[in-house]
Design a protein around this ligand. Structure first.
Ligand SMILES: Cc1cc2nc3c(=O)[nH]c(=O)nc-3n(C[C@H](O)[C@H](O)[C@H](O)COP(=O)(O)OP(=O)(O)OC[C@H]3O[C@@H](n4cnc5c(N)ncnc54)[C@H](O)[C@@H]3O)c2cc1C
Length: 509
């Protein structure tokens, strides 16, 4: 097994030199390096060693309560005591109030070390942001300190048996009685719907407060504290993420509080979801980087075949293995750069339409990059890739969900090709590509072709039919523009030769 090493140098290179994090007002370079370094140590020493344990044991449902695998409770206690759950929360609520860019680096490292545990802990920053935007002063004062301290973990309850991609079919009812709101209905596939690590669980539930005919406008967002009125009726047996309990929850007249305005639930939930989507993109980056790490270490050790001079070769001496290793590295670093560029735009706050255009692109591209890099890793390891010994199979199994949850990739592709082309975001995207590309003709030529396609798509009646091809080409253009930028600043990386080799590989894909 290859020990997990957090890719801190690559993350800092991407933030500093590719995304130019110092354009964001609150960027503190040495603080960012400090925080990332500390979290990397914690992830390498505490979180990563539990990854295989969690995969083998899985979460279990015992007498109606979820039991996490061995060691997860203790690891969570250390995580909470270290203040990591409150990384993004304002200081007045007991948080550290660090930049979203630093939090992105931490989130990637967390997912690379232990995606399953990150799933259970990682919805808290989105919940805090939602409360800051839509919660009352009382709700903020009551819940944000508890979320930030780790006393309480949060969930995101949208999916129902008949409402997956189509949320307008949600049936879970919210009714008002004399004392407040009550929820009645079932939710499925709820990550961290129960666990035995935090003292409390705060469910953020999208429920129907209006009529069925109101569709999405009849949905409101509610806070519901786990208790006697919320039951875990099953946990799912899954391909991967065994340690992340995916719960079916039954709400029986469960007391709840409205967050934001009645009928405005989807807009409020989008705050959590947009955060979660970039986080899922970072999970893809984390898997690509981890797969690259496992495959590179193995290929440098394994003796197989001969070099041209007849001496014994390592796998990494073979051109075809080099191709696969370079592709993994190109996917990891390119997808990371895309996410960081999107985060910088988000933090600058000047071009919200561009951020809305970039977010699904990052989600689609990075999730598929993680799966592809894990698949290449299995190939590099040969027969050992198919065994559990080197954990590369777990990377693939854990990564696979990222293309499905937080909006299946097909749904995002449709929105990129339809809604995404209506506002100014797609034109701002072209400006961004020009900035990133600099004088790279290889990108500029592709950009010109893409602009023609974009304009045709805007007029097309059947844009949905071309959505997949168009969204994939758009994401690839963004990826290549990021690589042009990486290549231009490669001398700022501790290993410029590696960056240049991966840049060349990126353009050959
Ligand atoms: C491990 C795991 C964790 C999860 N965690 C959570 C969670 O914490 N909270 C939560 O609320 N949910 C969660 N989910 C649910 C997840 O978000 C849904 O599975 C996802 O949104 C897809 O919904 P679905 O499974 O019903 O698939 P469907 O909606 O049935 O989609 C199946 C396929 O059909 C395609 N499709 C569907 N509709 C259309 C259309 N109109 N046009 C074109 N293509 C379409 C989709 O792209 C997809 O490829 C989780 C799921 C899993 C497996």
């Amino acid at each position: 097994m290859t020990a997990f090493v957090a890719p801190v140098e690559d993350i800092l290179f991407s933030l500093r030199h590719v995304a130019e994090a110092d354009r964001v007002a609150d960027w503190d370079d040495s603080l960012a390096a400090d925080i990332l370094g500390h979290f990397a140590q914690f992830a390498e020493g505490v979180l990563a060693p539990l990854n295989a344990v969690g995969d083998a044991q899985g979460a279990r449902l015992v007498d109606g309560r979820v039991r996490m695998p061995d060691g997860f409770g203790e690891a969570y206690e250390q995580l909470a005591n270290g203040g990591w759950q409150g990384l993004r929360a304002p200081e007045r609520f007991g948080g550290m109030d660090v930049s979203a860019l630093v939090a992105a680096g931490v989130s990637e490292v967390f997912s690379g070390a232990n995606h399953a545990l990150q799933m259970v802990c990682g919805l808290v920053p989105g919940a805090i942001e939602t409360l800051l935007h839509f919660g009352t002063a009382e709700q903020q004062a009551l819940w944000i300190p508890r979320l930030a301290s780790g006393e309480v973990l949060s969930t995101m309850c949208l999916t129902e048996a008949g409402a997956g991609s189509n949320l307008s079919a949600i049936q879970c009812r919210a009714v008002q009685n004399g004392t407040g709101w009550q929820l009645d209905g079932e939710k499925i596939f709820i990550s961290g719907g129960d666990q035995d690590m935090s003292s409390g669980i705060l469910h953020l539930v999208l429920a129907r407060s209006g009529a069925v005919e109101d569709g999405l406008n009849g949905l409101s967002l509610f806070l519901c504290l786990a208790g006697e009125d919320v039951h875990v009726t099953r946990i799912e047996d899954k391909l991967g993420l065994h340690a992340s309990p995916t719960c079916q929850l039954a709400f029986h007249n469960a007391r709840a509080e409205l967050v934001g305005a009645e009928g405005d639930g989807l807009r409020a939930m989008f705050t959590v979801m947009n955060h979660a989507r970039l986080d899922v993109a970072l999970q893809g980056v984390a898997h690509a980087a981890r797969a690259s790490q496992i495959a590179t270490a193995y290929a440098q050790e394994r003796v197989q075949g001969r070099r041209r001079d007849g001496s014994p070769a390592r796998l990494s001496d073979h051109a075809d293995v080099q191709r696969m290793l370079e592709e993994q590295d190109a996917l990891a670093n390119g997808a990371r750069a895309m996410c960081h560029v999107a985060f910088v735009e988000l933090e600058q706050g000047n071009r919200p339409d561009l951020v809305a255009f970039l977010t699904p692109l990052c989600k689609v591209f990075a999730s598929e990059a993680g799966i592809r890099a894990a698949d290449l890793g299995i190939q590099v390891l040969g027969g050992y890739g198919y065994l559990n010994e080197y954990q590369i199979g777990q990377v693939w199994r854990d990564a696979r969900i990222t293309a499905i949850y937080e909006g299946a990739n097909g749904i995002h592709e449709r929105s990129i090709a339809t809604r995404g082309l209506k506002g100014p975001g797609a034109d701002q995207f072209a400006d961004l590509i020009r900035d990133l590309a600099g004088s790279s003709d290889r990108v500029l030529v592709r950009l010109e072709e893409w602009e023609g396609w974009r304009d045709r798509m805007r007029l097309a009646d059947t844009a949905e039919h071309e959505a997949h091809a168009f969204a994939q080409a758009t994401a690839r253009l963004f990826f290549l523009a990021c690589w042009a930028k990486c290549a231009g600043v490669a001398d700022r990386h501790p290993d410029p030769a590696r960056i240049m080799a991966s840049a060349e590989r990126a353009f050959s894909l």
